[in-house]
Design a binder for this molecule. Structure first.
Ligand code: MF3
Ligand code: CO
Length: 291
């Protein structure tokens, strides 16, 4: 990927500096990993400071929407109300809910309750009851830049076993986050998530995962949590991706609702939890951009 650029030409990153004093050594380092058989990021997965600033502005809306829901969600709400709040708040702040019409998705947010793994449709018929656990997954487009994060909420009196699933899922996400640093591998993160889930007797969904994000809603790489340390893509500064494990109390198997081709449930009917953050690989570690 480096070969063709003249050393005195402007760098591909958009800094305006000459390639030889900007990303040349960086590209050589990456190429060395590729020669050693590792998957490595392409230039379009590496965001520059201007792009990162704009992505952060998008994240502010996403965070504000989830903060509001966190402070107000309660027993008796139907999930269509959450959809309306997300739409109204996002557009009031100048954004667009990214899920709306994305590959035909018909709502502004995903609301996944109990044994729903992800992509739950908001509905007037889904009324939150004491004991429910729910994931609210928000994504925003602002000035063409994408943000994406989700949180779990416990409604009323939640069974301690369900609460533990919610807490361990969050813990596993942060265990994964600890592994995110330049010149580490995505598999380091994946294994940390998986080990944490397994230690607690839970299983990790294999078919759905995280993704690069920022310029598009879903970019490469695919971010799995059933991967091994030292494997998967090399991490370098400027990459942005989500950590969003879905963890089941029972078996890892899932099924997709055949009526709408979106909503995903656990096959065995066991509870499932998910948290999602957006993380930037920095020069010396990572920065959480969205939560
Ligand atoms: N927000 C989800 C994610 O974390 C994407 C849902 S796809 C949608 O990647 F179409 F439902 F928006
Ligand atoms: Co996501």
């Amino acid at each position: 990927m480096a070969g063709k650029i003249s050393r005195n030409s402007p760098c591909w990153c958009g800094s305006g500096r000459k390639y030889k004093i900007c990303h040349e050594a960086f590209d050589h380092k990456i190429a060395q990993y590729a020669r050693n058989g590792h998957m490595v990021p392409t230039h379009d997965m590496i965001k520059n400071p201007e792009q990162i600033e704009k992505i952060k502005e998008s994240c502010k809306i996403n965070i504000a929407v989830l903060d509001y829901i966190e402070q107000n969600i309660q027993e008796g709400w139907d999930t269509a109300k959450i959809d309306q709040i997300v739409y109204d708040m996002t557009t009031d702040m100048g954004g667009i809910p990214a899920p709306l019409n994305y590959e035909g998705y018909p709502y502004s947010v995903c609301t996944s309750v109990n044994d729903q793994v992800c992509h739950g449709f908001p509905s007037k018929d889904v009324i939150l009851q004491s004991g429910d656990i729910i994931n609210v997954d928000c994504s925003t487009i602002l000035n063409g830049f994408f943000s994406d994060s989700s949180r779990m909420f416990c409604i009323g009196d939640v069974d301690p076993e369900a609460k533990r699933l919610v807490d361990v899922t969050k813990e596993s996400m942060y265990k994964g986050l600890e592994e995110v640093k330049p010149w580490a591998f995505l598999g380091d993160m994946g294994q940390a998530v998986n080990d944490c889930a397994k230690e607690h007797g839970y299983s990790v969904v294999r078919e759905v995962g995280g993704h690069g994000v920022g310029i598009e809603f879903h970019e490469e790489p695919f971010v799995s949590y059933v991967t091994k340390r030292g494997e998967e893509m090399l991490l370098v500064p400027g990459m942005i991706f989500t950590i969003e494990p879905m963890i089941n109390m029972g078996k890892p198997d899932i099924f997709i609702d055949q009526d709408n081709d979106w909503e995903i449930y656990t096959d065995d009917g066991s509870l499932s939890a998910q948290w999602e953050i957006m993380v930037l690989v920095t020069e010396d570690g990572n920065e959480v951009l969205c939560y």
